[in-house]
Design a protein around this ligand. Structure first.
Ligand code: VAH
Length: 333
């Protein structure tokens, strides 16, 4: 059994996925990678005590990698005997609209490097797609697995293109690449990364600091969302499934709950009655408006037994409890 390499390992998904992978496969079996050393990221974002960079253990398990650097990726695969890549590195929707060329370069060329390596070295790959592959003409409610996908953001275009690349490498070259169209993810462990759904995390930080929050999305815009624990469980279940049950090699629709900013505020106020939220939609409203409200994920549930666990009350309860005991800075992207 080879080792696992995670790109974008310090992002919102990666930070929790690495912990789960190490618990499942072993502490020394998972190599984290990122464009900067962890301490450099921490210092840049004002965290007072960056992790120790001198710790021998950490230096064995963390490597600097820009996913657009194909030779560097190949070097790490050979050095660490990698047989599985969880490829999380990429720009999210809001940042991608502000830096569209960088978004295309990292999201597409990074994925192509990973898929080429998977073909060369016979590796298994996880690719996170997104509901952002859907667009203004996609059905808003119960969005089917196969339907019109006309994304209106560079991020969505890179995710749709990425799905087609995954399908091509799977059927043309036999690469075992698997993918999920993730909704907005709610988590407490890391910094935010320039997503349109970041409001659903920022709100908790503001509420716990007794600050009034100004939400950049309209109060009634309902979006598909998922708690980090469900997302991690979905990724692990998909990757451990028998290849014979995987009938979708673009990317599986996957869903948990859908809610509006106003519904989230109301649920938070059950715990923090004084919490106040104002609404001032910005450029991210147009992104949110192009996305579906409710996703049909019946194929994932039928093929490999996907089931979500967390509904909104449990998410709010757990987020407030976890964040009350942890200081995580969000940062301007
Ligand atoms: C974003 N969190 O907001 C991501 C996700 C569906 C949203 O793709 O860009």
């Amino acid at each position: 059994m080879g080792k696992i390499l995670v790109t974008g390992a310090r992002g919102q998904l990666g930070s929790d996925l690495v912990v789960a992978l190490r618990q499942h496969y072993g502490e020394m079996e998972v190599i984290e990678t990122g464009r900067q050393l962890p301490g450099q990221v921490a210092l840049k974002q004002g965290v007072s005590k960056p992790e120790s960079l001198c710790h021998q253990h950490r230096s064995l398990l963390y490597e600097v990698l820009d996913v657009t650097d194909r030779p560097r990726l190949q070097e790490l695969i050979q050095t660490h005997q990698i047989d599985t890549i969880y490829h999380l590195a990429g720009l999210l929707s809001a940042k991608g609209e502000q830096q569209p060329n960088q978004c295309w370069d990292i999201n597409i060329n990074g994925l192509r490097n990973v898929l080429e390596a998977a073909k060369t070295y016979g590796m298994k790959v996880f690719f996170p797609s997104s509901i952002a592959v859907f667009g203004p003409h996609s059905p808003k409610l119960d969005t089917p697995q196969i339907t019109i996908s006309d994304p209106s953001t560079m991020y969505g275009i890179t995710k749709l293109t990425g799905e087609l690349l995954c399908h091509y490498y799977a059927y043309q070259w036999g690469v075992d690449v698997r993918s999920l169209r993730l909704p907005g993810i709610i988590s407490y462990n890391t910094f935010l990364g320039g997503g349109t759904t970041d409001f659903a995390v920022e709100m908790f930080h503001a509420a716990l600091k007794n600050e009034t929050y100004t939400c950049f999305i309209h109060p009634e815009t309902r979006l598909p969302m998922m708690y980090i624990s469900d997302a991690i469980q979905a990724i692990l279940t998909l990757m451990q499934a028998d290849p014979a049950v995987i009938s979708i090699r673009t990317s599986y629709n996957i869903a948990a709950i859908s809610f509006s900013a106003r519904e989230l505020v109301t649920e938070i106020q059950k715990h923090l009655p004084d919490f106040v939220c104002h609404y001032k939609p910005d450029f991210r409203q147009a992104i949110a408006d192009s996305w579906p409200s409710v996703i049909d994920d019946s194929r994932a549930r039928a093929d490999w037994g996907w089931r979500h666990t967390y509904h909104l009350p449990a998410i709010v309860e757990e987020m407030l409890a976890k964040l009350s005991h942890k200081k995580v800075l969000s940062f301007e992207f």
